[in-house]
Write a protein that binds this ligand. Structure first.
Ligand code: NAD
Ligand code: UDP
Length: 337
């Protein structure tokens, strides 16, 4: 299949490109590099040992996207392009709504004009909001998001569902990711956030490699077994494999569907530090700080639906996730810079 990865130079997109290419699919990457490096492309090509078709473009911009879509005629789109920093979305909500919603609308318009009928969308566990019981199941009510980033995902899911309802030939697959971490086993590609990392794993990895002095644990008074928050961390290559299964599913099924992608097994912040120390042999300096606004004590995925319908299951362990993160970070102490 010919698959266009919108935002394919990013963390999840680059790993997905490798997974799909190694399964024989033809990959097209479109990215404006607003949160990624052009060096990613060379690294992906090195892993898969062949050139990629790559376009530098702003996906919101229809005049740029229309010719790309007409020229490449993909069988399926994977829409990963979006701004994703929760704190930044609170400071600049309009920028987040503009970028995230408009990329989705432009892609849907271009798909219609080029008769592209399949789209897989990167959503997030954040759409379950603050009130659902755990584990999260796809049938639960969405909403009560704690920040504009979450609301953009909520709205984009709705837009895609409405589009699928109106065009019975469309196939829309929503993937709700839990907490992607880890890196490709080669150590060639991995997570390289710009500036100070917001997320736990890159912060730990950058502390281990000496770029950060110490980690601050946001709260140790939560009603969890060790007082720190628990999350469902999933290896980015398991997630990449989820996209492969979703693309195959979209080929054979029309309509709108939603799948959680998680392991179903939560780990606390302290457990993550411990696992990383074991995998790397490096002691992580940390101190306890205040809770971070909007953090929930714990949540994890029920991913039975993905297992039953997509035939997908996360297979990599927390040890694999920490080993591969460390392999990437120690080989690339300053990321792609
Ligand atoms: P990322 O920032 O590494 O990748 C996103 C890519 O999209 C970047 O390369 C960026 O340059 C590109 N992009 C953004 N706006 C664009 C535009 N207007 N035109 C062209 N390119 C544009 O993020 P990621 O971690 O790979 O996440 C991919 C998707 O998955 C995002 O939609 C994100 O919201 C979602 N998601 C991520 C996580 C996570 O923890 N990483 C969790 C849940 C959902
Ligand atoms: N966390 C932390 N220190 C950090 C970054 C994150 O203690 O510097 C905690 C955070 O409070 C949460 C967990 O690590 O409990 C995972 O946070 P992350 O931002 O990676 O994912 P999210 O919780 O937003 O899904």
């Amino acid at each position: 299949m010919k698959i266009l990865l919108a935002g394919g130079a990013g963390y999840i997109g680059s790993h997905t490109a490798v997974e799909l290419a190694q399964k024989g699919h033809e990959i097209i990457i479109v990215d404006n590099y607003s949160n990624s490096s052009k060096k990613v492309i060379d690294r992906i090509e090195k892993i898969i040992s062949r050139p990629l078709e790559v376009f530098e473009a702003d996906i919101k911009d229809k005049e740029s996207m229309q010719p790309i879509m007409k020229e490449t005629k993909p069988d399926c789109i994977i829409h990963l392009a979006g701004l994703k920093a929760v704190g930044e979305s609170i400071e600049n909500p309009v920028e987040y709504y503009r970028n995230n919603i408009d990329t989705t609308l432009t892609l849907l318009e271009c798909m219609k004009e080029s008769s592209v009928k399949r789209i897989v969308f990167s959503s997030s566990a954040t759409v379950y909001g603050e009130e659902n019981p755990i584990p999260y199941v796809e049938t639960m009510k969405k909403g009560n998001c704690s920040n504009p980033y979450g609301w953009t995902k909520y709205m984009m899911e709705q837009i895609l569902e409405d589009a699928a309802c109106a065009d019975k030939e469309l196939s829309v697959v929503i993937l709700r990711y839990f907490n992607p971490i880890g890196a490709h086993i080669s150590g060639e590609i991995g997570e390289d956030p710009q500036g100070v990392p917001n997320n736990l794993m890159p912060y730990i990895a950058q502390t281990a490699v000496g770029r950060r002095e110490h980690l601050t644990i946001f709260g140790n008074d939560y009603p969890t077994k060790d007082g720190t928050c628990r999350r469902d961390y999933i290896h980015v290559m398991d997630l990449a494999n989820g996209h492969l299964k979703a693309v195959e599913y979209a080929e054979n099924n029309k309509g709108f569907d939603v799948f959680n992608l998680g392991t179903g097994e939560p780990y606390s912040v302290l457990e993550m530090i411990n696992a990383f120390e074991k995998a790397s042999g490096v002691k992580i300096k940390y101190e306890f700080g205040n809770r971070r606004a909007g953090d929930l004590p714990e949540y994890w995925a029920d991913s039975k639906k993905a297992q039953e319908i997509l035939g997908w299951k996360a297979v990599r362990t927390i040890e694999d996730m920490c080993r591969d993160t460390w392999n990437w970070q120690k080989n690339n102490p300053v990321g792609y810079a």
